[in-house]
Design a protein around this ligand. Sequence first.
Ligand code: 2IT
Length: 447
Amino acid sequence: MDLKKLTADLEAKNPAQPLYIQAAKEVLETIVDFVNENPKYDKYAIVERILEPERIIKFKVTWVDDKGNIQINRGYRVQHNMAIGPYKGGIRFHKSVTEDTMKFLAFEQTFKNSLTTLPMGGGKGGSDFDQTGKSEGEVMRFCQAFMTELQKYIGPETDVPAGDIGVGGREIGFMYGQYKRLRGEHVGVLTGKGLEWGGSLIRPEATGFGSVYFLEGMLAAKKDKLAGKRVALSGFGNVAWGAALKLTELGAKVVAISGPDGAIVDEEGINTPEKINYMNELNQTRNNVVAPFADKFKSAKFFPGKKSWETKVDIAMPCAIQNELNGDDAALLIKNGVKYVVEVSNMGCTADAVTALQKAKVSFAPGKAANAGGVATSGLEMSQNAMKLSWSAKEVDEKLNGIMNSIHANCVKYGTEKDGYINYVKGANIAGFIKVAEAMIAQGVAY
Ligand code: 2IT
């Protein structure tokens, strides 16, 4: 493959889509040598084909607010690649959502889902709907209106959405109810469902737990241990919550979390069930702020407008949103002696942050490997739905742990460089690519 030409085409074909270009470039740059050593991928134009989503569905969502006014939002579903299984990926409700956001997330999802070892293709959906200040009735009516259109394009064997930023158990419930009402079917069309109606144990914790299992692999590869390590997280949603629970259980000390309003630093550690659960409570009030954490707990300090990355830590785990950790943040973390950066948000680090961390030989895991535990457990929910039974928390957790170990091993296999440094970005991209590419070759081209 000709990297220069492919990059130029990518930029020309996707004008004003910087996130998609960023995500795709990172993959192109890390798989180029591997693809050139295996000419069959060029023969079948696999890279060019993976760069085009199979389908982009874009629709209008109209709903009525509490005052009786008609509101209009945009809805999306990008069905990126179905080679290895039905499209699978979350739904994001956030004011920043655009077609570009959806395209980059669906692209990442294809590689991530391939890494999980489970048969899932890649997709992503969402809306620019902003929950802040909305009543429960407004959220419900929005979710119903969104699903009224989305249900035309999804199904348990074609496309299985789940949650993401702004979409938790409550929103999944409202959307599932509407699907069921319109189609008259109680099927595994969404994951992240409630336990009483087809959900899986451990799904809420899975992204955070999985990222810590992956981190354990990174530590073991350096003959290092988690116990006693200082950790900075960003975000205070479901993902940061699961990570804080597992980190604390395994003896690490979470000293920072953050929200759009600033950072919370707690030198005693965010390490009691009361503190960790309060993160979730704050998140569920949907006011998008962490400041009240410092009012509630004396040992916590609030730094308005600051990020978590100014605190001296061994491990940094961005758990909020894309490009939340930039080159300056990376430089500061490196200066403060960070050893591990685990991207738990999707594309949480800017390209220059990744370059700086790798150059400094910091052990760096990309989101598509480290956060794959969420979608992997969604895959386990699909298996349970298909078998019409439910596994115990222990069974699901063991499977999740096994999957994260296998992803780590695959990253080591394809990402270890001559000097022994594990380039997890390269490893994850090559390992994710191979499975999808082989499936595409096997299934032929229609012409
Ligand atoms: O980014 C992600 O992997 C998710 N939001 C979870 C997707 C899923 O289908 O569980």
